[in-house]
Design a protein around this ligand. Structure first.
Ligand code: 5GP
Ligand code: MN
Length: 342
């Protein structure tokens, strides 16, 4: 396997670890499979080396990730602000996993910015804000933060075997961030997955726990989204909108719309899919996905206060849902590469 980080960076990481007592691990708002998988995998690795890290996430994470061993001890800032702030104040070393800038943690990030603590970033998103961190271990071509965590563990231990707890958590993030191994899969990633499979994980159980655990409401919401999807064949684009009322109607729970943005990409010819949701926090949350060369990262960065990866990004809009959709339609002609030439 190729080393993705220099020995100097790994030595620096070990130095930071060996000079710290209180360690915390955080990840981005609306944690997904890679966020939760990577924090659990990294935390278990640190535990096995004698540390006692705490994990803090900004807000709720989906039920379909709660079976992962270790998630029961995760602190949620949104629910336990005072406890989380106390834990963060006590922290000497903070690991920041699966995001590229502290603003991705919203209110929790603002609090962290007031603290004078060392921060190590482990991530795979475009556009790292270097000044936010003491050390950055970031590689954008990697499938997932879980893949990076596995590679860091290997660089530290020189062993391909990890404990089943670590393997299971890392497998979840690799599986979810690659759309169940459909994109961002290098030959080396499959070798890593093969190694993880040899660490006593039960692949079928993991797959089923994540993908075959829909509530009836979630399944009906999916059908509703497909029915109301709008297709713009002239721009090879499809989009779906959901208002707060519609989310309430289906008794929305965190994670219920996870993956829905990918569905329109199954339509022949569609290369751009956008999912607009009215969030409780008063803004419009956008999920953007593309296939091929079209970069949703540039679109999200330029127009929607966001970013992420070339083919999967997120963003925010601070005007109404209708205005956001109208604005989105108004910018499409700028993207000549989307135009349907047939
Ligand atoms: P999702 O659409 O699943 O929420 O996010 C897709 C990707 O874009 C993820 O890798 C996520 O971390 C990133 N992302 C989501 N929302 C935002 C955002 O508001 N700002 C930035 N910079 N990245 C985002
Ligand atoms: Mn990720």
């Amino acid at each position: 396997m190729i080393k993705i980080f220099s020995d100097t960076k790994i030595v620096k990481l070990l130095e930071l670890l060996n000079t710290s007592k209180y360690i915390a691990i955080v990840t981005h708002i609306n944690p997904d499979g890679d966020a939760i998988g990577s924090v659990i995998g990294w935390s278990n690795f640190l535990r096995e080396r004698g540390f006692r890290p705490v994990i803090i996430v900004p807000n709720h994470f989906p039920d379909f990730l709660k079976w992962i061993n270790g998630t029961e001890s995760i602190y949620v800032y949104f629910n336990q602000k005072d406890t989380c702030e106390r834990l963060l104040r006590e922290t000497d070393l903070l690991f920041c996993l699966d995001f590229n800038k502290l603003s991705r943690l919203e209110a929790m990030g603002e609090f962290i910015m007031t603290l004078d603590i060392k921060k190590v970033l482990i991530d795979h998103h475009i556009g790292v804000e270097e000044e936010d961190f003491t050390l950055t271990l970031s590689k954008t071509p990697m499938s997932s933060t879980c893949e990076i965590v596995y590679r860091i563990i290997w660089q530290i231990t020189n062993k391909k075997r990890v404990s089943p707890r670590i393997a299971e958590a890392l497998y979840v993030g690799i599986m979810t961030d690659t759309g169940a191994f459909t994109h961002s899969c290098s030959p080396e990633l499959f070798r890593i997955v093969a190694d993880l499979m040899e660490c006593s994980i039960i692949r079928e159980k993991i797959h089923s726990a994540v993908y075959n655990s829909f509530s009836v409401n979630r399944m009906r919401l999916m059908g509703y989204c497909i029915t109301k999807m709008e297709v713009l064949p002239e721009y090879r684009t499809a989009y779906i909108t959901l208002t707060k009322e519609e989310l309430d109607q289906f008794e929305f729970e965190p994670g219920d719309t996870e993956g829905f943005v990918n569905i329109p990409l199954s339509i022949k010819g569609v290369v751009l899919s956008i999912f607009f949701t009215e969030s409780k926090d008063g803004y419009i949350k956008l999920s953007l996905r593309s296939v091929g060369e079209f970069s949703v990262d540039s679109m999200a960065r330029r127009h929607f206060n966001g970013g992420g990866h070339k083919n999967a990004s997120g963003g925010k809009s601070f005007i109404s849902l209708d205005e956001t959709v109208a604005f989105f339609k108004s910018i499409l002609p700028e993207y000549r590469e989307l135009k349907n030439e047939d």
